[in-house]
Design a binder for this molecule. Structure first.
Ligand SMILES: [Zn+2]
Length: 380
């Protein structure tokens, strides 16, 4: 090697060593910890993480006790549908199904015949109001008379749908308020006939809030924009609550079942206050199980404290979806997926209540409120 060759040799060697020092640690690192593939950020719909949590699971297919579903809808069911329904009900220990969509007049008679006519102790039918003659003077008294006839024809309660207080309007454009005195005769008639009123007032409070990225029902409002209750078209949530509470207070002899935990499932202390102030008020848990399931300690304590005021209900009928209710009420399972993602952007927890409480929620409270259910079909 001459001088020039030496320089070249050492330069090449130096560069090689330098290069190796730079590259080797990275190569070693890459082997142990491969960099994740670069991915696009998923949309909120695409991101569906699988929980790695390993914990006890109890898949309960059948309720521990026979139960009454106080909140179901079956419009003009056929014989075949009713037969299938009874078979379904038997598989999950659903003893009595309350069909809240009985209508009035001829429709009510037909629904009673189709369901109770063939299975007298498996179904209960609630009547509904017809608003066809809302603008003719004497409306409230006529509804009361029609209801009395419906009860003679087999109805065992009155269901009031959510358009009442929100979309229902007089011909002059004025909204029918939930505590509208025109309807006093109807609620007094219910007290006289000793039948309960299952009433749906308002919607989840989030539906009245702006549809922005802070709204916890963002997904549902995206899927069903018509469920939004913007202030330009609807009264505020609190106005509806105030009217509803006034209705409950002015008819203390009428028993009211506020559907869907009265939309206070996200504020159980508020619901407790409503119960304390109104001994005639009850609630169902239909379609709001995720509210209880996200606060298992509070839900448990609430159900123990107000065990005489809460009733089992499901709403949209699907025999395969009741098991979430059983699992939440009967176990302490943790962090399990809910059956309706748009209702709950979260998983839920079981809040296992004592048997005595479970019996009240499943059937005893319904037996107390709804006349004519055969108590012999249920345990003591
Ligand atoms: Zn319903």
């Amino acid at each position: 090697m001459n001088y020039r060759q030496n320089i070249t040799f050492f330069s090449v060697l130096g560069a090689a060593i330098f290069g190796a020092l730079m590259v080797w640690p990275r190569a070693a690192m890459t082997e142990q910890d491969p960099a994740p593939q670069k991915q696009a950020t998923p949309t909120i719909d695409e991101y569906q993480p699988k929980s790695t949590l390993v914990t006890k699971e109890h898949k309960i297919e059948r309720a521990k006790f026979p139960f009454v579903d106080i909140h179901s809808h079956h419009w003009n069911p056929t014989r075949e549908e009713v037969d299938r329904l009874v078979k379904d009900m038997d598989t999950i220990n659903l003893r009595v199904m309350v069909n809240l969509s009985g209508g009035t007049g001829e429709q009510l008679k037909n629904t009673v015949a189709a369901m109770k006519g063939r299975y007298p102790d498996r179904f209960v039918i609630f009547a509904n109001m017809s608003y066809d003659d809302l603008n003719t003077p004497g409306f409230g008294k006529r509804v009361a008379a029609r209801l009395e006839a419906d009860v003679k024809n087999g109805a065992q309660g009155l269901k009031i749908f959510k358009n009442f207080g929100m979309d229902l309007k007089y011909a002059n454009g004025e909204r029918v308020h939930v505590d509208d005195p025109e309807f006093d005769a109807v609620f007094e008639k219910c007290a006289e006939l000793k039948i309960p009123v299952l009433i749906h007032v308002a919607e989840p409070s989030a539906f009245f809030d702006p549809w922005d990225y802070h709204n916890e029902r963002w997904e549902e409002l995206k899927e069903f924009p018509g469920r939004a209750r913007p202030p330009a078209k609807y009264p505020p949530f609190e106005t509806l609550m105030a009217e509803r509470n006034h209705l409950f207070a002015k008819h203390p002899k009428t028993n009211f079942i506020a559907a869907h935990l009265g939309f206070h499932g996200n504020d159980l202390a508020r619901l407790g206050k409503l119960f304390d102030e109104n001994p005639n008020v009850y609630v169902d848990i239909a379609a709001v199980l995720a509210e209880l399931g996200r606060q298992p300690y509070s839900a448990h304590d609430f159900l123990v404290k107000y065990q005489d005021r809460v009733l089992m209900g499901k709403d949209i009928y699907d025999v395969n979806e009741y098991k979430w209710y059983f699992r939440a009420l009967e176990t302490r399972d943790e962090y399990f997926e809910y059956y309706r993602k748009r209702h709950a952007f979260w998983r839920i927890y079981g809040f296992e209540v004592p048997d005595e409480v479970l019996k009240k929620v499943y059937y005893k409270n319904a037996l107390k409120l709804v006349p004519g259910i055969d108590a012999k079909a249920f345990p003591e």
